[in-house]
Design a protein around this ligand. Sequence first.
Ligand SMILES: Cc1cc2nc3c(=O)[nH]c(=O)nc-3n(C[C@H](O)[C@H](O)[C@H](O)COP(=O)(O)O)c2cc1C
Length: 176
Amino acid sequence: MPDRILVAYATRTGTTAGVAEVIGETLAEGGLAVDVRPMHDVSDLAPYRAVVAGSAINGAQWLPDALAWVRDHRPELIRRPFAAFLVCMTLAMPGDPHHEEVRQWLQPVRDLVPTAREGLFAGALDISQLPSWRAKVNFSVSVRLGVWSEGDHRDWDAIRAWAKELRLLFAPGVRP
Ligand SMILES: Cc1cc2nc3c(=O)[nH]c(=O)nc-3n(C[C@H](O)[C@H](O)[C@H](O)COP(=O)(O)O)c2cc1C
């Protein structure tokens, strides 16, 4: 019987890796055996009893390689407790944080594998780290227009609180 929990993530600029690490640490503090790994490094789910999968949002979607990973592993994932999260800048916008709109961005994941829990987290923006000139220009304009601000907007307390809920869900013997 597999006994480990997998926290798998996909990132472009590193923010989501940090979120995954804190989720993993919080699960481990609850006595669970946890591996935190980039999705592209994980091909075998046999050692894992439950899976948490998360991706950065680009263009109002999970990264394409993250969705492809869930699709490829669907037969194994639907037989395990499965939680999904996303990391995006929309939740770092001032005022109304658009939770309902952001929740829709997980629909393609839900369509593949039912989610026992979903986490929606604000990310970070460092324009110097963006992968293309186009992204740098677009984000510079959006910062200048006041859509959001540069910096690290990750809410570590909210991320830890979510991971604590997962501890209960992933406790041995609990069915979601
Ligand atoms: C090319 C690109 C497109 C993005 N598109 C969106 C978007 O549509 N909505 C959003 O809320 N955030 C968007 N973001 C912001 C990222 O989701 C955010 O910066 C996140 O923290 C990045 O995570 P990562 O460092 O793990 O890649 C985009 C970022 C990039 C680089």
